[in-house]
Design a protein around this ligand. Structure first.
Ligand SMILES: *Cc1c(COP(=O)(O)O)cnc(C)c1O
Length: 232
């Protein structure tokens, strides 16, 4: 199947999942996770109508920006970002989805201040409490949001999560549910300058479940581009 056919099939599945959950399909954005795919594949996905692209690695982002690969769609950063590389990402992407520590948030804020811009970001939650993953613990999110006034050059638009790799379909529902609860907690407090318009969760294997629990952005790689070929 072509990239275009995959995108239209996924869009149809997104619409069905939204309707099944009593939601408006237009609330859900399709982010193409483009890691390890070249500029040509990215262009095909954009032509097929994905809402945005998500890049994981600074080096790939920089290379594809130079090739003008993302023309026609916003690009987001969705991978682990080292503080010493923020300068290559801040101001170059519409949204940094993967802000996984207060230290990184400070570095992004400082770089955005230097550039005289406001950088939109999401806070990444390590919702499965996995040792191997970065991200805030769920209970750190509200205190972080309460401090967000200190970071006047970032705007927190919501939350992002990558649940543990699941063995069986439906395994991640409990994590999506926890993320949904966390969003409700934040919304209830009505902070200035912080919204949870964006809840980024759901990947190729579980996006329908994520939509059932309020996801507004699904990040899809394999189901659009096919299996990734990792270098040995
Ligand atoms: C690769 C990646 C995805 C997409 O994963 P698939 O299972 O290939 O759909 C989503 N989010 C992040 C952060 C990723 O790195």
């Amino acid at each position: 199947m072509s990239i275009a056919e995959n995108v239209s099939r996924i869009r149809e599945e997104i619409n069905q999942a939204a309707l099944a959950a009593g939601r408006n399909p237009e609330e859900i954005q399709l982010c193409a996770a483009t890691k390890m795919n070249d500029a040509d594949a990215v262009r095909q996905a954009i032509a097929a109508g994905v809402d945005c692209c998500g890049e994981n690695r600074v080096q790939e982002l920089t290379a594809k920006l130079q090739e003008d690969a993302y023309r026609g769609a916003p690009v987001h950063f969705i991978g682990h970002l080292q503080t010493n590389k923020v300068r290559q990402v801040v101001g170059k992407v519409a949204l940094i989805q993967s802000v996984d520590s207060e230290r990184l948030l400070r570095a992004i804020n400082a770089e955005a201040a230097k550039q005289g811009i406001i950088q939109d970001i999401l806070l990444e939650v390590n919702i499965g409490q996995e040792e191997s993953k970065t991200g805030f613990r769920a209970e750190e999110i509200l205190p972080m949001v309460e401090k967000s006034g200190e970071f006047s050059n970032v705007c927190i638009k919501g939350l992002m999560a990558i649940p543990p790799i699941s063995q069986n379909k439906g395994d991640n529902v409990k994590f999506f549910q926890k993320m949904s609860d966390l969003c409700v907690d934040i919304r209830r407090k009505k902070y200035d300058n912080v919204t949870v318009d964006c809840l980024s969760m759901g990947m190729s294997d579980d996006f329908a479940d994520a939509i059932g629990w309020g996801s507004t952005m699904v990040r899809i790689g394999t189901a659009i581009f096919g299996a990734r070929h990792y270098m040995p």
